[in-house]
Write a protein that binds this ligand. Structure first.
Ligand code: AMP
Ligand code: GLY
Length: 425
């Protein structure tokens, strides 16, 4: 079997690493991949959102299964293009990808089908939205409707900053079309968790929960990032809450789409706030999280390629998943300046020493090979994942491995999974 994985981050490295373990996979390709992925797959110099070039490659190579990592090609309709040509693809079509591509659409879906989520109002007019700010209490939550490269959400106590966010989207069109509609949403308090489930559009196979650390600095300070670390399982989610997440949120929303004639095939990611009134949806994504994939996938014992194929063939109902009871913790090593501006091309040292740490995987996020050296090529550079019998053990290994690695400007959070590790002991 020939598989193509689309994307070039740590999430895709984790996918490639796991897919390579299926004995029937004889050729693995990645587009564009990175210096770590290159060790397991043949990397193509094609961008993850270059739909035309990707379709052409799948046709030329007669790829048996295409696995799409990031959201942009899905929202752009890559899965539809491939399916129309008779190719198997793991990832939703354009319409179902709206669950991530349009926050207004996702919100309406939740409201129409009783999926618990933050209350919100949709605006297209700046004056109307500003007037609404006077009716509600801070903190204000402002969300651009469409994909805005992680910059479309503002959460602020400050009324002026909220107004600025509305102006940026609705007047200055900082996000282009993606900001022509804006949601002003109720602020929710609690712990955030990420839930992942595979689905063939009808049957839903829950994976596991993870927690991501979005702020750049220790103690959740500083600006938002794509994610600076993660761990799984999430010990403070009790069985009742977990059932509510899988049944009242994930299954319900997949059924709701099915009823509406929108088949969601792929992995559904629910970002949830565990509020005093139970779990509520903050956002849906139509793909795995990054860096959550780097803790979820190492815990999976079942064959990932088989599960993806079951989704594509529509017989996921016949499958179960097996997990290691071990915990997994990942630490993201980032370039100096990230999430702001940063330089690339810094030589990375210590990769082999890090990999020698027991039960440890070093996933590449933003790296490339130059001559014989591996250098930085992105904001998030590496995700160091370790397994352990407890979160505390996994965490100690991951930090040990991270400390072996160095590059100019490197920084990482020192408190990933710290609190849960302490509480569990
Ligand atoms: P999103 O892209 O919708 O997940 O938003 C990015 C981040 O903003 C989330 O991970 C939360 O930390 C925060 N956030 C989003 N919506 C809310 C909300 N309704 N209440 C509080 N925080 C929120
Ligand atoms: N880690 C958050 C995301 O992948 O969207």
């Amino acid at each position: 079997m020939k598989i193509l994985v689309i994307g070039g981050g740590g999430r895709e490295h984790a996918l490639v690493w796991r897919l390579a373990q299926n004995p029937t996979v004889d050729r693995l390709f990645a587009a564009p991949g990175n210096a770590g992925i290159e060790e397991e797959a043949h990397c193509l110099p094609v961008a993850a959102d270059d739909v035309r070039a990707l379709v052409e490659f799948v046709e030329t190579e007669d790829i048996d299964l295409t696995v799409v990592g990031p959201e942009a090609p899905l929202v752009a309709g890559l899965a539809d293009e491939l399916m129309a040509r008779g190719f198997r693809v793991f990832g939703p079509g354009r319409e179902a990808a709206r669950i991530e591509g349009s926050k207004a659409w996702a919100k309406e879906l939740c409201e129409n089908h009783g999926v618990p989520t933050a209350r919100s109002r949709l605006f297209t007019s700046f004056p109307d939205a500003v007037e609404y700010l006077d009716e509600i209490e801070p903190p204000f939550v402002i969300k651009a409707d469409g994909l805005a490269a992680g910059k479309g959400v503002t959460v602020t106590e400050d009324r002026a900053a909220a107004e600025d966010a509305l102006r940026a989207a609705l007047v200055d069109r900082a996000f282009g079309e993606a900001g022509d509609r804006v949601l002003v949403e109720e602020y929710l308090e609690g712990q955030e968790v990420s839930a992942f489930a595979l689905t063939d559009g009808r049957d839903v196979l829950p994976l596991v929960l993870a927690q991501d650390f979005k702020r750049v600095g220790d103690g959740n300070r500083g600006p938002n990032t794509g994610g600076m670390g993660a761990y799984s399982p999430v010990p403070f989610v009790d069985d009742v809450t977990a059932r509510r997440i899988w049944i009242d949120v994930v299954e319900r929303v997949v059924r709701a789409m099915d009823v509406d004639g929108v088949r969601f095939l792929g992995v559904l990611y629910a970002g949830l706030m565990l509020t005093a009134d139970g779990p509520k949806v903050l956002e849906f994504n139509c793909r795995f999280g990054d860096p959550e994939a780097q803790v979820v996938i190492p815990r999976l014992r079942s064959d990932l390629a088989e599960l993806f194929l079951a989704c594509v063939e529509g017989n996921l109902g016949l499958y179960k998943t097996i997990w290691t009871p071990d915990a997994c913790v990942t630490i993201v090593l980032a370039s100096g300046g990230y999430p702001g501006e940063y330089e690339t091309g810094m030589q990375i040292r210590g990769l082999d020493a890090a990999r020698e740490v027991d039960q440890t995987l070093v996933f590449h996020s933003g790296t490339e090979r130059r001559g014989g050296r591996v250098v930085t090529a992105g904001g998030r550079v590496l995700a160091v994942s370790s397994l352990g019998a407890t979160i505390s053990e996994a965490r100690a290994r991951a930090y040990d491995a991270a400390s072996q690695i160095s590059f100019q400007g490197m920084h990482y959070r020192k408190d990933i999974a710290e609190r849960v590790a302490e509480e569990a002991t």
